[in-house]
Design a protein around this ligand. Structure first.
Ligand SMILES: Nc1nc2c(ncn2[C@@H]2O[C@H](COP(=O)(O)OP(=O)(O)O)[C@@H](O)[C@H]2O)c(=O)[nH]1
Ligand SMILES: [Mg+2]
Length: 551
């Protein structure tokens, strides 16, 4: 029977099933039915008898076997799965409370194993569970309904479940002896119609009487017709059905995995939205901080503007001929410049710069607060965060960063940035002694520079116009020096700002980079699994088609 085509198909089924096992295990699906199906591929054909309790499953098996091997009764009598195989002597072997092996010397059993199940729709839920659990192993299902209550809703539900595993079904209406012939026909029509509605097709259907058969009237029981059908099916389709079994199980498990994987992908995508939102938040923070920093800078450099205005007035007032002899006292001049022009601008600037750094530090803290607010309050994000450990890791990181945030340490670090930046922008004296003191040195240098303009006058012929011209020159020089200073100060401050923003961005993104990378990886994995799932489904369908199994 195993021709080369069947052999090739067997190999294909086995390798597809093996791949399915791996893929489904990765998707965290319970693969035990598929593993069992792979094992059963080696074993004999399994004809599984199912149906509601009391429909006469055990009786029908007894009829088929021509002896009363199985317990029958009006209450649920079969309380475990009975696997009936060929053996020279009748023998019962209890494997577990749920499974028994029965060996019988019936030739029918040389070609297949019969399985009696406890039945469905009994009060005993574990009977239903046992039966449902065994379904995936079946190569062919004998679905037994009773003529006195044909095709109930629960039977329809159970048929649908069998179908979901991709099993081939033979429908049996038992207890035909309870009805007249026309009634039997009516019931058969009713059952076929029900099956058609439920399954979209009508399986081979038989009306029999197990009781009549056991009473010795085989032809009247119509059990032999059923048996003949089973034998024919076995003779013509055993290999296809056997190979179809793992394919059906695979298809069903893959279908089960799909929504799970889709939900997982959606969860990951939602969590990744959080990552993108945090990126956007950080970018916006940088943009706003940069814009608002201009105000901080203007506060500091505005002081220099005031110095210039005071300096011009001071030059105007002091550098006149009437005041010439006073000008000779450079100590007094220096004091006057410091009192009237500098007028504490150095300290003010230092304060402004420190203020700007504190402001920056506060902004850093606000970024953390805004991020946490986003995670806790934004509707979509709050749910996403609660869905996975990565989202929670992000929230945890942000929380501890906020807890550990030390504004003094932050501002101190920022001051260091300014210090270094000032050195780099050629305000070397400031770099060495600190901003306030450094500025005093710079202002003094500017004064010396201005005084140089008037230096020649002491020995020259004094003239009104000369004095006035030099005064204007001194004002211009003052303006130049101060705007030079302003440029350097601005450069140093914006250097510090850039440094800080880069540092802050780095530090902020480090709080979520790793979990977000893990999310990206999981997303890719989930997408690959979904793709793999689709491939498995397609290949299973293709193989079923080759096996001539409609699925
Ligand atoms: N009238 C009639 N009763 C039957 C027939 N087959 C089984 N029964 C009875 O239905 C009851 C349940 O039978 P059983 O085989 O234990 O059903 P199971 O629970 O499906 O295994 C028992 O009392 C049987 O005697 C039949 O063909 N005709
Ligand atoms: Mg039974």
């Amino acid at each position: 029977m195993l021709d080369s085509k069947t052999l090739k198909l067997t190999q294909d089924v086995r390798s597809l099933t093996t791949r399915g096992l791996e893929a489904l295990a990765r998707a965290q699906i319970d693969v035990s039915p598929l593993r069992q199906a792979l094992l059963d591929l080696e074993g004999p054909f399994l004809l599984v008898v199912v149906g509601e309790f009391n429909s006469g499953k055990s009786s029908l098996l007894n009829a088929l076997l021509g002896a009363d091997f199985l317990k029958e009764g009006v209450t649920p009598t079969t309380d475990r799965i009975n696997l009936i195989s060929y053996g020279p002597e009748p023998r019962l072997e209890a494997i577990s409370p749920e499974l028994a092996q029965i060996y019988l010397p019936d030739p029918l059993l040389k070609d297949m194993r019969l399985v009696d199940t406890p039945g469905t729709n009994a009060i005993l839920q574990h009977h239903q569970t046992l039966t449902e659990g065994f379904l995936p192993r079946a190569d062919l299902i004998l679905f037994v309904s009773s003529a006195d209550r044909p095709f109930t809703q629960s039977e329809a539900d159970f048929l649908r479940l069998i179908r979901a595993w991709g099993k081939k079904i033979v429908l049996v209406v038992n207890k035909a002896d309870l009805l007249s012939a026309p009634e039997v026909q009516q019931v058969l029509d009713f059952v076929k119609k029900g099956a058609d509605t439920t399954l979209g097709q009508v399986p081979p259907t038989f009306a029999v009487s197990a009781r009549t058969s056991r009473q010795g009237d085989a032809p009247g029981s119509r059990v032999p017709e059923l048996e003949a059908h089973i034998r024919e099916t076995l003779a013509s389709e055993a290999a296809q059905l056997k190979l179809g079994s793992p394919l059906g199980v695979l298809t069903r498990l893959v279908a089960e995995a799909k929504p799970k994987l889709e939900t997982r992908r959606k969860d990951i995508e939602e969590q990744l939205t959080t990552c993108r939102e945090l990126d956007i938040l950080a970018a916006r923070h940088i943009e706003r901080t940069r814009a608002d920093f201009a105000d901080q800078m203007a506060l500091a450099t505005g002081q220099l503007e005031a110095v210039r205005a005071r300096g011009e007035a001071w030059l105007e007032e002091n550098f006149r001929l009437s005041n010439f002899f006073n000008l000779l006292n450079s100590a007094r001049l220096k004091q006057s410049f410091s009192d009237n022009v500098v007028k504490g601008a150095n300290a003010e600037i230092e304060r402004n710069v420190l203020g700007a750094m504190n402001w920056l530090a506060r902004r850093d803290r606000e970024l953390l607060e805004d991020a946490l607010h986003l995670l806790r309050e934004a509707p979509g994000i709050r749910q996403a965060i609660s869905k996975g450990e990565e989202g929670q890791a992000i929230q945890g990181n942000l929380e501890s960063a906020l807890r550990e945030f030390n504004p003094e340490e932050e501002a101190r670090q920022l001051k260091d940035y300014v210090q270094t930046a000032l050195q780099h922008t050629a305000l070397a004296e400031v770099g060495a002694v600190g901003l306030g003191t450094g500025l005093v040195l710079i202002f003094n240098k500017i004064l010396l520079d201005l005084l140089g303009i008037f230096a020649g006058l002491l020995v020259a012929i004094l003239g009104l116009t000369i004095m006035a011209r030099r005064r204007e020159a001194a004002k211009t020089r003052l303006g130049e020096r101060l705007s030079e200073l302003r440029g350097k100060l601005e450069a140093a401050l914006s250097d510090s700002l850039n440094n800080e923003l880069a540092h802050s961005k780095d530090r902020f993104s480090s709080l979520y980079r790793a979990p977000c990378l893990r999310l990206e990886t999981s997303l890719k994995a989930a997408e690959e699994q979904l793709e793999q799932n689709q491939i498995l489904t397609n290949e299973a369908q293709e193989l079923s088609r080759k096996l001539n199994l409609a699925r």
